[in-house]
Design a protein around this ligand. Structure first.
Ligand SMILES: [Cu+2]
Length: 159
């Protein structure tokens, strides 16, 4: 019976996978500004659905517009009410495919290359960290709590 319980615990633990997500600070320590090669910054990164981009800049000095490929190529600004202007703009990548972003301040896009294009890939599942009895925060997510409850029910059911 004990080995059967262990089997159930292991079987349930194996499906304990959480969606990994990464927060990318656009431009790294340079942030979102003029005269940064954002394509070079993006070149060694893989973006997935569920990840987020963070545009950091001095509020008022820049802004962020999400645009299409045509507007990206020609630095065409959308309506100004579509701009993100907080200075710490977080954009969660919600779908796959190409995403284009430009700064709409003055000629930052056209003359100073303040523009970013990325390709977003399918979300990846990462295995949850191996359970450790002493680790605090092991039940950090409600999903894990749910699984723990499922494990407990499974054990009780076979006893
Ligand atoms: Cu700008």
């Amino acid at each position: 019976m004990a080995s059967y319980n262990l089997f159930i615990v292991l079987a349930l633990a194996s499906v304990t996978a959480t969606m990994a997500s990464t927060e990318f600070w656009v431009g790294g320590s340079s942030g979102w500004t003029i005269n940064v090669d954002y394509q070079a910054w993006a070149a060694d990164k893989v973006f997935h659905v569920g990840d987020s981009l963070v545009f950091n800049y001095t509020q008022g000095a820049h802004n962020v517009f999400k645009v299409n490929g045509t507007a990206f190529a020609s630095c065409i600004k959308p309506a100004s009410n579509e701009a993100l202007t907080s200075g710490h703009d977080v954009i969660t990548l919600a779908s796959t495919g190409k995403k284009w972003y430009i700064c709409g301040v003055k000629t930052h896009c056209s003359e100073f290359k303040q523009k970013l294009v990325i390709n977003v890939e399918e979300a990846v599942e990462a295995p949850a960290p191996a359970p450790t009895s002493s680790a605090p925060g092991i039940f950090a997510s409600s999903y894990q709590v749910f699984l723990a409850a499922a494990v407990a029910v499974g054990i009780i059911a076979v006893m």
